[in-house]
Write a protein that binds this ligand. Structure first.
Ligand code: PLP
Length: 539
């Protein structure tokens, strides 16, 4: 492909993306009838194997013209897409994208650098360190997490799952360093029954569980009626394990659980982890974004007691997937867990953790930018030692992901990010008020931010239990089959008066797609009511 052909194809592709995003929002923004067929069904209707059946079995021997390849995006790829950027996407948690984020991805690909070492692209490392400190400031995080603090470290990981695993590995490294005679087989970790499955998966990867159901060293702590971890139950479990000769070492608390956005009581959990000297990781994958608004910052209360924290701008902060932010206040333990330096990665600029004979090179000072600006007029700033961010993650290579976050932060500005979060929360509140006002429905968990957990309640004809679950499942399937919206479900274990709990099939509607506006949420509520009414008529 020549530069000229790239230019033409690139411009056309940018046009294509802009048109695609326009088309995704077109139906509802035109105020059209909710019964009109959707141009892009939000949930793909592709049959399994449909694309495979259309793709040649072998790679092409000869070059193909670009136009033919681009045309196949429409013909082959689009039908197999679920449209995550549709304003009618209410499923899971969102994966927000934005034009500045797309441009960041494009530029990152165009530059094609690998920022594994500081020296392999100093700008990639230094921009990342600075935007992580910007974000720490926007969320009101404690100083100890900042890159310009004594032992803080903040960088971009691919996903929250990786952050949870990395935190676990750093916690294990710290526990083993504190007690070199400790048998790693005796380590035990704790999270709530509502925690994301990535915590258990992390334990499986780290060799602490042989399967998702292996709870010999992975304790799932009970939650209260609002699905938040019960700190008293946590402490009982820790004490029980200590009594049994295990060595508790890691707690993962969740700020914004996947099923219902429950907020674990981090201050109380942190007091326990401090008392027992356990690593506390806070998984705020989705809800952490809300802390850019001062009125939601309380959701992160207690993080000063945490050893690490993560949240995903790729969920609810307009930054294209993948972009998870990970912070720890214990960089030495992170390095102990993840740093290894083969000869071919040694370089003059590297600070080799543990001292390997290569002297740290003084590169500059934490300042506000240019060499001149680094003269802070007498304000003491810590020396800046160039870190190699490969030491803060699992893979060696790393993409220049800071660009897209930098673009998003600058192009929107903090004020617009706050407005974005507030608007989604307002829309979720509105939706909740409609659900509450309609006697056929019930709310199943407190709404904390932008997620509503609801369902059709039981009736005299449809009692609670499997029958009503089936009715709600049928409603969900009907809505998703319409192609006009997409929402997903969970099962919540509702606490009954007698102390028992029963599983309840629950619809989840999360207002979080970048383009979702009030007209879309109104349309969604209209569709839900229509679907219920048509069931009543046909049933
Ligand atoms: N933690 C929580 C609370 C989540 O809700 C999710 C996903 O929704 C994850 C972790 C996993 O996120 P990721 O896909 O970034 O690994």
């Amino acid at each position: 492909m020549s530069p000229d052909e790239f230019r033409r194809a690139g411009h056309a592709m940018v046009d294509w993306i802009a048109d695609y995003w326009g088309a995704l929002g077109r139906d509802a923004s035109a105020g059209g009838s909710t019964s009109a067929p959707a141009r892009f069904p939000v949930l793909s209707r592709a049959e399994p194997g449909a694309l495979l059946a259309q793709l040649p079995a072998h790679a092409p021997e000869d070059a193909e013209p670009w136009d033919r390849i681009a045309a196949d995006v429409d013909g082959l790829i689009l039908p197999g897409l679920t449209h995550w950027q549709s304003p009618h996407f209410y499923a899971y948690f969102p994966a927000e994208a934005s034009f500045p984020g797309v441009l960041g991805e494009l530029l990152s690909a165009g530059l094609g650098v690998n920022g594994m070492l500081w020296s392999t692209s100093p700008a990639a490392t230094e921009l990342e360190l600075r935007v992580l400190d910007w974000m720490a400031g926007l969320l009101g995080l404690p100083e100890k997490f900042r890159n310009d603090s004594e032992s803080g470290a903040g960088c971009i990981q691919g996903t929250a799952s990786e952050s949870t695993l990395i935190a676990l590995l750093a916690a294990r490294a710290r526990a083993l360093a504190a007690d070199p005679g400790l048998d790693p087989e005796r380590l035990a970790l704790y999270t709530s029954t509502q925690a994301h499955s990535s915590v258990i998966k992390g334990a499986m990867i780290a060799g602490l569980a042989s399967s998702p159901d292996d709870h010999r060293r992975v304790r799932l702590i009970d939650t209260d009626a609002a699905y938040a971890m019960d700190p008293a139950a946590l402490e009982r479990a820790i004490n029980r394990d200590l009594g049994a000769g295990l060595r508790p070492f890691y707690v993962c608390a969740t700020v914004g659980t996947t099923s219902s956005t429950a907020i674990d009581p981090v201050p109380a959990i942190g007091a326990i982890t401090r008392r027992h000297r356990l690593w506390l990781h806070v998984d705020a994958a989705h809800a952490g974004a809300a802390a850019v608004c001062p009125e939601f910052r309380h959701l992160l209360d207690g993080v000063d007691l945490a050893d690490s924290l993560c949240f995903n701008p790729h969920k609810w902060l307009l930054t294209n997937f993948d972009c998870d932010l990970f912070w720890t206040g214990d960089k030495p333990s992170l390095l102990r867990a993840l740093s290894i330096t083969p000869e071919y990665l040694r370089n003059a600029a590297a600070v080799i953790p543990g001292g390997t004979g290569v002297p740290p090179v003084f590169v500059g000072r934490w300042g506000t930018g240019s060499a001149e600006a680094a003269d802070t007029g007498g304000t003491p700033v810590p020396p800046f030692e160039a870190p190699d961010l490969r030491d803060w993650q699992i893979p060696l290579g790393r993409r220049f992901r800071a660009l897209k976050l930098w673009f998003v932060l600058r192009r929107y500005g903090a004020a617009n990010l706050r407005a974005h979060i507030r608007e989604h929360v307002r829309l979720a509140e509105l939706f909740e008020s409609w659900v509450r006002a309609d006697g056929r429905f019930e709310i199943l968990a407190p709404r904390v931010l932008n997620l509503i957990c609801f369902r059709l309640g039981p009736t005299s004809e449809v009692p609670d239990g499997p029958q009503n679950d089936a009715r709600n499942r049928a409603l969900l399937n009907r809505l998703n089959a319409s192609g006009r919206m997409y929402l997903t479900h969970t099962v919540l274990h509702r606490r009954e008066r007698d102390g028992s709990s029963s599983p309840v099939f629950t619809l989840r509607l999360c207002v979080g797609s970048s383009a979702t506006a009030e007209e879309h949420v109104r349309a969604a509520w209209g569709m839900i009511r229509e679907a219920v009414e048509s069931e009543t008529v046909s049933g």
